[in-house]
Write a protein that binds this ligand. Structure first.
Ligand code: TYM
Length: 372
């Protein structure tokens, strides 16, 4: 597929997920595996049945371990370069579901170091502040304070560095270059950083002094990290981390558009004024025909319509309802304006609620944060 680029720092072009599975060497989430998961969890999240999460590494192994009485923990994270958008929280919503269903711990890494190293314009103080701002969004989603451990690399650096240098020692520059595309002009902080993102895969085992299986829910852009982590895991005496990968929620400008913190109209941010979010949604890319009359006659394409996609991926959990919306949109009996209004109502409600919880989260921060 032309122009597709998926790295941890850049996602562009039309994303061909089948090709990514082949390129990255991951596996499809098969119906058998989903059945197994349904048996373990008691039900399936809509992000699984709708293939929002579509690929994995070693999930079958993880469930075998679980059957043998070895409980897994979750690991995920955020690169704090700005405000949190709805794409970021998509895997976190799924993490929350996994935590509830499997009653499991979550380790959450804020890579304030990565974003300082990567972005010329960001200072250490800024990325560190964003880490704490973004942590409020994580807490607001309702994770269990007894079982959720959030840390920034700067504030938990002593613990992280010790594990990271062990990973780094086993990883050659040649491997890192092949996996991440580093060049001679890449600063050496960035070439070391993958070891810092690998480290939390082994943190639970270090803290508990025994091997603990880890599952990482994240979009597929983060997979290169797990490839190098899995290469060194057994040599260092740990299990390889398992991963489950989600697709990307598109930007508001259409299927292959990107969300960007520097362009506020490309995404809904958790800190947006709800009225402003409504305005953004009402002018988002639509998959309908150019005029309402034509749309009524020929129908539209829900697979490219932004509002339909946001409902499908995040905001409408009822399967019957989503089918009804897609069918009516295809037929033309439901207009783009109607779908946008439906999404805007849901997003407005979500933001009001989330922002309240975010305020309350400020008092709970200490309970969640791990520091040296
Ligand atoms: P970051 O901040 O780029 O992204 C945070 C999480 O959001 C996912 N994501 C998306 N998911 C759906 N649709 C989108 N449009 C979208 N954009 C981003 C990312 O895959 C990620 O799960 N280096 C990492 C931080 C990190 C991390 C981790 C992430 C550290 N340890 C472990 C996942 C798992 C980063 O910059 O993520």
């Amino acid at each position: 597929m032309t122009g597709m680029k998926v790295t941890p720092w850049e996602v562009s072009g039309h994303i061909d997920y089948e090709k990514l599975i082949k390129q990255f060497g991951t596996k499809h989430l098969t119906p058998q595996l989903l059945k197994k998961m349904e048996k373990e969890a008691g039900e399936l999240h809509f992000m699984l049945t709708r293939k929002v999460f579509f690929s994995h590494r070693d999930l079958d192994w993880l469930f075998d371990k679980l059957d043998k009485g070895e409980k897994f923990v979750l690991y995920t994270g955020r690169g704090p370069s700005g405000d949190t958008h709805i794409g970021h929280i998509l895997p976190w919503i799924f993490c929350k579901w996994l935590q509830d269903k499997f009653n499991t711990e979550l380790y959450f890494q804020m890579t304030d170091d990565e974003k300082f190293l990567h972005d010329d314009k960001l200072s250490q103080e800024q990325t560190h502040n964003f880490a704490y701002e973004n942590a409020l969004d994580v807490i607001a989603l309702g994770f269990d304070p007894e079982k959720t451990f959030i840390f920034t690399n700067y504030d938990y650096g002593k613990t992280m560095y010790k594990i990271a240098t062990r990973v780094a020692k086993m990883t050659t520059f040649s491997t890192a270059k092949a996996v991440f595309g580093f060049e001679n002009s890449t600063n050496i902080g960035m070439t070391f950083f993958p070891a810092m993102q690998a480290a939390p895969c082994f943190l639970p085992s270090e803290l508990k002094k025994k091997k603990i299986p880890v599952l990482i829910p994240a979009a597929i852009d983060q997979d290169p990290y797990w490839r190098i982590t899995r290469d060194v895991a057994e040599k260092l005496g740990y299990y390889k981390p398992a991963a489950i990968h989600n697709r990307f929620l598109p930007g508001l400008q259409g299927p292959d558009s990107k969300m960007s913190a520097s362009k506020p109209d490309t995404a809904i941010f958790t800190t947006d004024n709800p009225k402003d979010a409504r305005r953004k949604i009402m002018k988002s890319f639509s998959g309908g025909a150019p005029s309402l009359e034509e749309h009524r006659k020929h129908g539209g394409n829900p697979n490219v319509d932004t509002a339909c996609q946001y409902l499908f991926n995040v905001f409408e959990d009822d399967d019957d309802r989503i089918k009804e919306i897609f069918d009516s949109y295809k037929k033309g009996s439901m207009s783009s304006g109607e779908v946008k209004t439906m999404l805007a109502d849901k997003v407005e409600k979500f933001l009001k609620d989330h922002q309240q919880k975010r305020e309350h989260a400020k008092k709970k921060l200490d309970k969640f944060m791990l520091k040296d």
